[in-house]
Write a protein that binds this ligand. Structure first.
Ligand code: G6P
Ligand code: MN
Length: 448
């Protein structure tokens, strides 16, 4: 099996390779091709991988290339993990929004729209190239905003592109653990869009155990989302939202905390990773140890401002174990390659799963995966409060896709203005102007 990683010089690639190193079974990945537009980053990451492979006799062979066509030819799986505009771009996405008094975050609200507007044209090109050069490859999209980017790619790749996120699995596992259940035996009823979903039930041996959690303030106070949202709100909602819904339910607090923070998340990660790639310019630097140290700092600070704003305190050791993107990707690849039927929460086209959305809308729902791909399972309808957010955000995503395909500025303004976390059309217009000033990648929005 040949796996190609687009964005192969990315900081998280060693996590993926680490997961592959632990897979010794039949049909495993034996060749990894790293493709990146940045040669320096590619070399740095390849050095980490070489150190990881030491002492592992069946370690997958690694090659690097800056030739996209060569990278794609013969690929069985393609991981798309690109970051258009880099972390500098992310920091600008966050800053421009916060300066307008609205949420500046990687995937949610104005920042996510800006990131989507920059990324979708590139993702569409990649999807076209993959459809031509590797028509039988399965494409796993890691790139945020994952639902939107997967939907864009699905226009050329159909159901051969599947988006992933680790947050639903992580949330499900934390809830199962709090309930004293084996996370691997729980069926999690989680539905919505990427970073916009709710756990509505958690079945163990055919019984929904979520009511037991919601009825118990002590249990609710004992895990991350319980503290983040507060027992009262979770009980009132009757579900446990994805942590990203904190940005909706506690928007003022989140915006204020981010405005007062010394640095945005993107700026923090930019500095940290620049440090790593700069140290790797020294050929004598220990690659794996340097990478590992940087990663540990990153994990420890993940969503720290949100927890502070909510008074949720430090993240506990067990909360750090989120399930991990690489584990979700590996499980997905295995299920397809070996035709081992597996249940996973994934970003796929809706078909008829959520009746309030059309068939092509990419949603994040429980799926059964086998050699024929990911098949969403039937779920209960969304409650109205969720219908409101999900359909509003899908309308935003559709406006982003329209703007990306047509270059229409008014479609871009509509995308920002329709978002529930942007409170004025005037602000939406300023956001489009502000983002066009800082992002050369938005020059394509040149039509009225
Ligand atoms: C979670 C989200 C991802 C996000 C990641 C890292 O796992 O599901 O979509 O990329 O956190 O966030 P960070 O702020 O560290 O880049
Ligand atoms: Mn995610």
């Amino acid at each position: 099996m040949k796996l190609t990683i687009l964005g192969g010089g990315g900081f998280r690639v060693p996590l993926v390779y680490g997961a592959l190193l632990g897979d010794h079974a039949e049909g495993r990945v034996s060749r990894v091709t790293l493709y990146d537009t940045d040669a320096g980053r590619l070399t740095a990451v390849a050095r980490v991988l070489a150190e990881q492979a030491q002492g592992v006799p069946d370690a997958p062979a690694v090659v690097t290339t800056d030739d996209l066509d060569e990278a794609l030819r013969g690929a069985d799986f393609v991981f798309s993990a690109i970051r258009v505009g880099g972390l500098e771009g992310r920091a600008a996405d966050e800053r421009v929004a916060l300066d307008q008094g609205v949420l500046g975050q990687e995937t949610v609200g104005a920042g996510g729209i800006a990131y989507g507007l920059r990324t979708v044209p590139v993702a569409l090109d990649l999807a076209r190239r993959i459809a031509r050069l590797a028509p039988h490859a399965w494409v796993i999209n890691f790139t945020n905003p994952a639902g939107l980017v997967t939907e864009a790619m699905s226009r050329h790749l159909g159901d051969r592109v599947i988006g992933i996120c680790d947050s639903p699995v992580g949330l499900g596992r934390r809830i199962a653990r709090v309930l004293g259940a084996d996370p691997d035996r729980a069926w999690i009823d989680y539905v919505g869009l990427n970073h916009l979903g709710w756990v509505r039930a958690l079945h163990i041996d055919g019984r929904d155990e979520l009511p037991r959690l919601l009825a118990d303030p002590a249990l609710l106070g004992s895990f991350e989302e319980g503290r983040l949202f507060g027992a009262d709100w979770l009980r009132s909602l009757g579900a446990v939202p994805n942590e990203y819904l904190h940005y909706y339910y506690f928007n003022r607090e989140a915006v204020r905390a981010y405005q007062e923070a010394e640095q945005t998340r993107g700026a923090f990660l930019r500095d940290q990773q620049e440090g790593f790639y700069a140290r790797m310019k020294d050929p004598a630097a220990p690659a794996l140890a340097t990478w590992d140290r940087t990663r540990a700092e990153r994990e420890a600070t993940y969503m720290a401002e949100n927890r502070d704003a909510a008074g949720a305190g430090e993240r506990e050791e067990s909360d750090l174990e989120s399930g991990g993107y690489e584990q979700v990707a590996l499980a997905l690849m295995r299920a397809i390659a070996r035709d081992e039927r597996t249940g996973l929460i994934l970003d796929v086209r809706n078909r008829a799963t959520l009746s309030v959305l059309d068939a092509d809308a990419v949603v994040e729902v429980p799926c059964l995966v086998d050699a024929n791909g990911a098949h969403p399972v039937a779920v209960d309808p969304l409650p109205y409060h969720a219908v409101g957010l999900v359909t509003a955000v899908k309308a935003v995503e559709r406006a982003v896709l329209e703007a990306a395909e047509s270059g229409s500025r008014s479609a871009a303004v509509r995308a920002f203005a329709l978002h529930p976390l942007v409170d004025s059309v005037t602000v939406a217009r300023r956001l489009v102007e502000g983002y066009r000033e800082v992002h050369p990648g938005l020059a394509y929005l040149d039509r009225p």
